[in-house]
Design a protein around this ligand. Structure first.
Ligand SMILES: Nc1ncnc2c1ncn2[C@@H]1O[C@H](COP(=O)(O)OP(=O)(O)OP(=O)(O)O)[C@@H](O)[C@H]1O
Length: 591
């Protein structure tokens, strides 16, 4: 549920923290600047009064002229200073919110982040947080400045003639009514507009990331359809926004300028009756019909405000994702147990569980390979061990302790995962292996040597300082995988998960990767997700994931004897390994 508007503003100011001082200073300066707005009007009124009462002197003209000039200069100077203070506060707040979101995302379980599209998170981090600046740096001081002047002038007009002062408010009442119509139900429209931007971002990221595939399968037009669909949707939403908001927007501008329509007849009536002096009549005609135009910029603020509230909601949604905090120290023993585990990615959906009453025990220092059909749930098992997700039934134990009770950061420190796909950042190879740790170059090189990648890195133009470039496109799959293995060696976590870590290997670097993995696994509790049976050569035991559970565990021979799926898979694998090719009319070619 969305927090109320007031609460969202309070939340934003709370996020700003100490930067609030700058924001309050900006509001104060803006307030004084707003007060200065009325000085020229009053100066002109005093001059007019003096003219009508035949008491206008050169000194009076000079004095009022100087006061008006000082007020105008002061107004702009204070408004400028207010802008400086508000920007300082706003950018400080923006920095703080971005850090808060980034820190929070680091603590959030990976599963919760996976549920959101990359485009969604990018929109929040980039665009939504940027909108907060709009409110803090501009809307807040502007609001004060544009409101204070008219309020003070209204009070002054009241001191001259109460009924006429109220009559001067007629355009404001009408314009506010129009504003009300304009912003009625705009929350929903703004949400749609933001949603269309998010989906455009997601499609754009997918389009750019999948460019290779799109070209390889000549999917250009099909993919472009998706992209242009998202563009069209965004266009449609903004067209609707313009249609709905355009006419009341124009009406607001016209109505707020209409003060003269009321001030001339009513002022004239009061003057002819002798209720006000000629000077007061001119004051109402001139000042009374103009002062409300000062609030014109507020209407634009209204639109920005709706956007900002939406941005606060979306940022708060990310900050409200529960994080795992506190907990027991990571145990010294590194045996793992899945005890009657039940798990579904979408527990409310009513779909069958991915894992149901699943049991497995892995001894400290043992290497177990998970095998099973595609989609059986092998990766899910390791995701639960590394607490990317929480189980709904049963428990995952490490060293006899439920992972839910352990300190999450320590789990991340003590469990290393080498994924199927290796992600390399744009930084240097050195930083890619270090991954934020303070390891020395010598330590990084020792890890790279064990990962069989040191020679390759040293052959690069800048050695370990070579920049990886965008998305690691400069490196082959096998090279990237060995860099990932070097990372894991350097991390030296006691529990190691290899999610098809040999998938990118080709015959040339297969041996090197095997050697790297053997070095990596030494003395650790290892779980290997084997999507191919070639990964089996390194394991102590095999566990078969099928029918939403672990159906069979044992040595290769035991499982082969007892499990039909494994027996068949192994026979197929051996047959494939022994395949021979017959050249047309020629000799056999054994591979
Ligand atoms: N984030 C997710 N949200 C919803 N369902 C998911 C998610 N990840 C996996 N699944 C589903 O859970 C089931 C098990 O997936 P999992 O990736 O664990 O299988 P796997 O045995 O590792 O498959 P493969 O060998 O093909 O990688 C599949 O049906 C998959 O579609």
């Amino acid at each position: 549920m969305k927090p109320e508007k007031k609460k969202r503003v309070a939340l934003l100011l709370h996020w700003a923290g100490k930067n609030r001082i700058w924001l309050f200073l900006a509001v104060f300066l803006s307030f004084i600047s707003g007060l200065c707005t009325m000085v020229p009007y009053l100066g002109i009124y005093r001059l007019m009064n003096a003219v009508f009462s035949h008491s206008c002197t050169k000194e009076l003209i000079m004095r009022e002229a100087v006061m008006i000039a000082v007020a105008v200069i002061l107004r702009f100077a204070l408004f400028g200073l207010s802008g400086v203070a508000s920007h300082k506060g706003a950018y400080g707040a923006l920095y703080k919110v971005r850090c808060m979101v980034a820190e929070h995302m680091a603590k959030v379980p990976l599963g919760a982040l996976n549920e959101r599209s990359t485009g969604d998170i990018k929109t929040v981090l980039n665009e939504d947080i940027e909108k907060l600046e709009l409110f803090l740096a501009h809307s807040l001081p502007d609001l004060v400045c544009y409101l204070v002047g008219p309020v003070v002038i209204f009070l002054y007009l009241m001191s001259v003639n109460v009924p006429l002062a109220f009559i001067s408010l007629i355009p404001l009442v009408a314009a506010v009514a129009v504003m009300g119509i304009m912003f009625r139900n705009t929350d929903e429209l703004m949400e749609r507009a933001n949603h269309s931007i998010t989906s455009l971002n997601s499609v754009m990221i997918e389009y750019m990331n999948g460019m290779k595939l799109i070209k390889a399968y000549d999917m250009g037009s099909a993919s472009f359809c998706k992209f242009s669909g998202a563009v069209n949707e965004e266009n449609a939403v903004w067209n609707e926004t313009s249609k709905r908001m355009g006419p009341p927007f124009a009406a607001f501008l016209v109505i707020i300028e209409c003060g003269m329509l009321f001030m001339v007849p009513f002022g004239g009536m009061f003057f002819s009756k002798g209720s006000i002096t000629a000077g007061a009549f001119l004051l109402f005609v001139y000042v009374g019909s103009m002062y409300l135009t000062e609030i014109r910029p507020l209407q634009e603020l209204g639109t920005n405000f709706a956007n900002v509230l939406n941005a606060v909601t979306k940022t708060a949604e990310i900050l409200n994702i529960p994080v795992y905090e506190g907990g027991l120290d990571f145990p010294k023993e590194h045996d793992i147990e899945l005890k009657d585990v039940c798990f579904s990615y979408e527990p409310e959906s009513g779909k069958p569980e991915v894992l149901s009453h699943c049991n497995l025990k892995i001894k400290d220092g043992e290497c177990v390979v998970l095998v099973g059909r595609s989609g059986a749930g092998k990766s899910t098992v390791v995701e639960l061990i590394s607490r990317f997700y929480d189980v709904q039934g049963g428990a995952v134990l490490i060293g006899g302790k439920n992972v839910k009770e352990l300190n999450y950061e320590q789990i991340l420190q003590n469990v290393a995962v080498v994924f199927q796909k290796t992600f390399l950042t744009r930084e240097s190879v050195l930083e890619n292996i270090r991954m934020g740790s303070d390891a020395s170059l010598a330590e990084v090189r020792a890890a790279a040597k064990e990962a069989q990648i040191d020679d390759f890195i040293m052959s690069l133009p800048d050695g370990y300082d070579t920049k990886v470039g965008s998305f690691g496109s400069r490196f082959s799959g096998g090279e990237k995988q060995r860099i990932a293995i070097a990372r894991a060696i350097l991390k030296n976590a006691p529990i190691l998960i290899l999610d098809e870590a040999t998938s990118a290997s080709d015959p040339e670097n297969q041996m090197e990767i095997d050697r790297a993995i053997r070095n990596l696994c030494r003395g650790k509790t290892v779980i290997v997700v084997a999507h191919r049976l070639s990964a089996l050569k390194m394991c102590d035991r095999v566990a078969v994931v099928e029918d939403h559970t672990i159906s069979c565990v044992g040595t290769h021979d035991e499982v082969r004897a007892n499990n039909a799926y494994y027996r068949k898979a192994w026979e197929d694998y051996e047959t494939a390994r022994n395949i021979t090719y017959q050249r047309k009319g020629g000799d056999r070619d054994d591979r």
